[in-house]
Design a protein around this ligand. Structure first.
Ligand code: AGP
Length: 607
């Protein structure tokens, strides 16, 4: 995740841009840079490392322009270097970017074939060249950006400046956040309201697919189709609180919608997207080639993420897996092989049972890796190695973005294990990495189904019991859906392996109990459709979460939610979205305290 700032000012802007970037350093700090419009034209200052290095460079070589864009980087494509630092430029165009351009290889090849030479290895640089190519073809900057946006695939936020156009700045948002700030004769762009707090508290958040043309008098927002739209200007409290809800009613809603952005960040930390490989920290305390089995243990949503990972370690790494909830594992006295490893998953890094399970493993000579969101937590500090989820602060008690970011880390670990154990080919690794790179965009597309999900959530609020069914990794998503619903709406819900239906739960089926079935068209689909028919034959009411192909083959259901089609490794991320949103909207309708549900705590530090 990177940070973006843009300012159309009434005085020199470089120092203000750096001030804004400092509030975005939590998003990444491999390198940073500023571009401004000077009397002599477009000028850039870029520095590797933390912002203080850029600050020092600007002291030595100041910029005086009154229009500028700035960026603090978390490397996705290409190592941290000055050549890869943003802003990137081509001809009169300067651009900064946050997110992932998925089709960058094809676009880069297209431009190279036209003789374009690239300064660095980033996907961002090609965006500058694409816009410049349109301008060289006679297009005005606005039309050039509009045409370029149509060529890009992925989840990203962008900000542009143009030499010779001192009162023009353009921004675009697709999957990664971008806010417009309204000043007094000045206008701003920023990755979030916090970054703009030093300049203004009048903020408008761009919606998915929006792009915005700014001058010092104001902003014109257009949707993806190019139609002019209105985005509400509101007063942000960002200056008062470092983490705020922004335009969302609850932290949980904000965190659900942050997932495309934070997943881009998490994936870019563990993937070398240019090479199409997993890139783990060098100093692993084990060699996967020598690991005999993996113990996975956690609590709640962390345990469910581990359940998904079990399928991945078995499928992609052919590693035997033992998995258990930590409160059981810690007392099982399980015999452990010192050649095995353990992975614990914990958003807070302070869950007592998970910490106890970690200590049990270490006491038995087993090395422990932790997938954690709080890198200063006890679990992070006591594990042999911590793998940060980098999901950003998660305030809502119901875990959402930490769940999907845990999946991102665990998927990368399973792929790396498969490569090291010689059971996963380099081609298959590249294919899987390509599928993971699509996850932020697919999640953004899944979020677009929210209006329909909200309507369907009403059905759940009329029930006293809800059953969630799935097979394979969809079984884990069924468990997560049931956990989310019960913990924030207080409606009883159970997640079950669809294949277990006939071994008891089918006795529950009647017209009063909605059955949510997680079933994209995958290798478990046909069997799950049979289970759906067993439910319907007994008057049960099915709410089906599937994809286009599944919807065409599943027969009648009371409601069908069609999610984007995804590769099996991406499907758990995509189908986590509808179960999160179903629970959120049901809870809102039930009038419960969504962010702080009764009886719960964000971190269970006692057993
Ligand atoms: C998830 O929505 C719940 N809030 C809860 O199950 C949580 O996942 C569990 O308490 C584990 O917390 P941790 O990830 O901080 O260890």
């Amino acid at each position: 995740m990177c940070g973006i700032i843009g300012i159309l000012g009434k005085s020199p802007v470089a120092a203000s841009i750096v001030d804004g970037l400092k509030r975005l350093e939590y998003r990444g700090y491999d390198s940073a840079g500023v571009a401004t419009l000077e009397p002599t034209g477009l000028a850039r200052r870029r520095a590797v490392g933390k912002l203080k290095n850029l600050d020092a460079l600007l002291q030595l070589s100041p910029l005086g322009g009154h229009a500028g864009i700035g960026h603090t980087r978390w490397a996705t494509h290409g190592k941290p270097s000055e050549a890869n630092a943003h802003p990137h430029a081509a001809g009169p165009v300067a651009v900064v970017h946050n997110g992932i351009i998925e089709n960058f290889r094809d676009l880069r090849a297209e431009l190279s074939a036209e003789g374009i030479n690239f300064e660095g290895e980033t996907d961002t640089e090609l965006v500058a060249h694409l816009v410049n190519r349109e301008i060289r073809g006679g297009a005005e900057p606005i039309a050039a950006v509009e045409a370029t946006l149509k060529r890009l695939e992925g989840a990203f936020a962008l900000a542009f400046l143009f030499e010779g156009r001192n009162d023009l700045m353009i921004g675009a948002r697709r999957g990664s956040p971008l806010a417009v700030g309204y000043g007094d004769g000045e206008m701003y762009l920023g990755s979030d309201a916090m970054a703009l707090a030093p300049f203004t508290n009048r903020i408008a958040y761009l919606d998915e697919g929006d792009w915005v043309v700014l001058n010092r008098a104001g902003a014109t927002v257009r949707d993806e189709a190019g139609k002019i739209v209105k985005r509400q200007v509101q007063t942000s409290l960002a200056s008062a609180t470092m983490v705020e809800k922004g335009s969302y009613r609850h932290f949980m809603a904000k965190e659900i919608h942050e997932q495309p952005d934070v997943l881009s960040h998490a994936l870019s930390r563990y993937l070398d997207m240019a090479q199409g490989t997993v890139r783990l920290p060098d100093a692993l305390p084990w060699d996967f080639a020598d690991v005999s089995r993996v113990t996975l243990t956690a609590c709640g949503t962390g345990y469910i993420a581990a359940l998904v990972a079990r399928y991945w370690f078995e499928t992609y790494a052919r590693l035997p897996v033992d998995i258990d909830i930590a409160s059981e594992f810690r007392y099982r006295e399980a015999p452990l092989d010192p050649k095995s490893i353990a992975l614990v998953v914990s958003q807070s890094g302070e869950t007592a049972d998970t910490l106890a399970a970690l200590r049990y493993c270490q006491a038995n000579g087993v090395r422990v890796g932790s997938v954690v969101n709080v890198s200063t937590s006890t679990i992070a500090r006591e594990s042999d190695i911590a793998f940060p989820m980098v999901a950003g602060p998660e305030i809502g008690v119901a875990s959402t973005k930490a769940f999907t970011c845990s999946l991102a880390v665990l998927a990368c670990l399973a792929i790396a294990a498969g490569r090291k154990r010689g059971v996963l080919s380099a081609d298959e690794e590249r294919r899987l990495v390509g599928e993971l790179m699509r996850v932020p965009r697919l999640v953004a597309e899944a979020l677009n189904t929210e209006p329909k999900i909200e309507r369907i959530a009403k059905v759940l609020t009329k029930a006293s019991d809800v059953l969630y069914l799935g097979r394979g990794t969809n079984y884990a998503i069924a468990l997560e859906g049931a956990l989310k619903l019960k913990e924030i709406s207080y409606i009883h819900a159970e997640g079950y392996a669809a294949g277990e239906l006939k071994h008891g739960p089918i006795a529950l089926i009647d017209e009063t109990m909605p059955v949510v079935v997680v079933a994209p068209k995958d290798r478990w689909f046909e069997k799950t459709v049979s289970n759906m028919q067993e439910v319907q034959a007994r008057g049960g009411r099915i709410i089906l979460l599937t994809d286009a192909d599944g919807a065409a083959h599943a027969g009648e259901s009371e409601a069908v939610l069609v999610m984007p089609t995804a590769d099996p490794i991406a499907a758990p991320f995509v189908h986590a979205i509808p179960v999160q949103l179903l629970s959120y909207h049901a809870a809102v309708m039930m009038g419960t305290d969504v962010d702080q549900p009764r009886n719960l705590a964000k971190s269970v530090t006692v057993e």
